[in-house]
Design a protein around this ligand. Sequence first.
Ligand code: GDP
Length: 581
Amino acid sequence: MTVQELAGSLAVPETEIIKRLFSKGIAVNITETLDIAAVRMVAEEMGTEVETPEVTSEAVQVTEMLDAQDLDNLQRRPPVVTIMGHVDHGKTTLLDSIRKTKVAQGEAGGITQHIGAYHVDVEHEGKSQQVVFLDTPGHEAFTAMRARGTRVTDVAVLVVAADDGVRPQTIEAIGHAKAAQVPIVVAINKVDKEGAQPERVKQELTEYGLVADDWGGDITMVPVSAIRGENLDTLLEMILTVAEMEDLYANPNRSAKGTVIEAHLDKARGPVATLLVQNGTLRVGDIVVAGSALGKVRAMIDDRAARVDQALPSFAVEVLGLREVPRAGDEFDVFQNEKEAAAIASGRATSQRDSRLLQGGRISLSGFSQQAKEGVLKELNLILKADVQGSLEAIVGALRQLPQKEVQLRLLLSAPGEVTETDVDLAAASNAVIIGFNTTLATGARQAADQAGVDVREYSIIYNLLDDIQGAMEGLLEPELVEEPLGQVEVRAVFAIGRGAVAGCYVLSGKVIRNCKVRVRRGNSVVYEGILDSLKRMKEDAKEVNSGYECGISVNGFTDWAEGDIIEAYRMVTKRRTLSA
Ligand code: GDP
């Protein structure tokens, strides 16, 4: 809807709409088209409900990369694999090891270039097939992208160290893969180590619903040694076997579409983005829009550091020629003409900006409390970061003691350290609240949290932390409104006016504001609490009156003023809890 149309249907002047949007930081003109989020915000503020045919919000919508037209041209594409697992279980080593053993062989000096993804060739069922690995560190790529609704991973390899077993991030990774409905292949790593107990890993994984196929389940588990490069071929074969069960098809005979895997600004080359092609073929010269960044593909470099002219489905290439740096997880599309592309890019820039302003749907502890009260939410997801392992154990132990009849606590991650941007991504992806205990926020984490609408709570006293969480679970947590004192006023005379009364006052300190909250004290007791209705200065209506001045005050429903009453003026403000809370 345009601003004009919206004003028409709400029967208000256009300027009203413009003003309301402006106060939210969105500048528009009368003919501008507003997106649904903006329309909803304005309309609901004005008491009008908005119905949209689509109920799923854009944030959780998984884009279908295939269109109906593609169906006649489908060809199989290689699987795109993400490696996940607990820190130090060997994800990086496994990625490096696969790359080294598979890529170095026979290829021009074995040179590879880090672009965020690489592919390997695997002999499988008599044919040479490819597997593409995303090697964006950790599962940042996975969580950040899922938070935004993009799905790039076809198979998840879950690395579990045989000498350490299932750990918090293992469980979290399983949760992510299941939520995204991505099949899992387990790599039981470090089997070379003394104390390696692969069978114990299998045992532990059964608790999370992953049963090894040799135990009668349907999950392939491969013992490997990433560091010695042992059994990697079996792992790759298993990945391909699992991938065969999936519908991995694309239409190479169309313009490309896919997802930004990584992007940065290079001093010499300008914006550089690694694009994973998920459908179609990307070519040099193509006009692309990646997120809100427009550009023309000037050059493409593949994971073997070679310049290439085209990239087929499931392959990633580093692309030069974008005018801005897109964000990892942004989708990209190719357009036939630049004008259309430019319009799409600027439309996306606007909607990105608005959606940042209008982040809804994320959970906060007090929001959760409300929903728990209404019986809507049954699970509270938490991410816990603390200064040291000892505090973590204490907190986790105490959390376990909380009654969980109505609401279940799900600890997605508990780890020592600062609250990082990755934690924020994970929280956003899984609708979790982040709890920081005696720890700080890493650079950028607060900003990321604000942008994603993630609630980050900091505590220094375990009791407060438990109290809040229990409160939230029981639906009792009050919204975080705190009182901010404005000023003190003394009643010096009382004037009866009609059936009401006006207190003639003197502002002792601070100030008093029309419509602020007031509490009337007489001696030690509070005789009235409510809202200040009328504030006059020299018989004229006043917005506020400062200390040292006289004024007339009246409130609705209270006339029993007495000389010497003290009026405390205050207002309620929402406040983020701090360490001292
Ligand atoms: P990540 O945090 O999951 O990426 O783990 P890394 O790949 O950084 O590995 C953590 C540590 O485990 C490193 O010191 C590796 O050398 C070691 N490591 C990784 N794989 C193996 C393995 O197969 N055997 C042994 N013995 N050590 C391994």
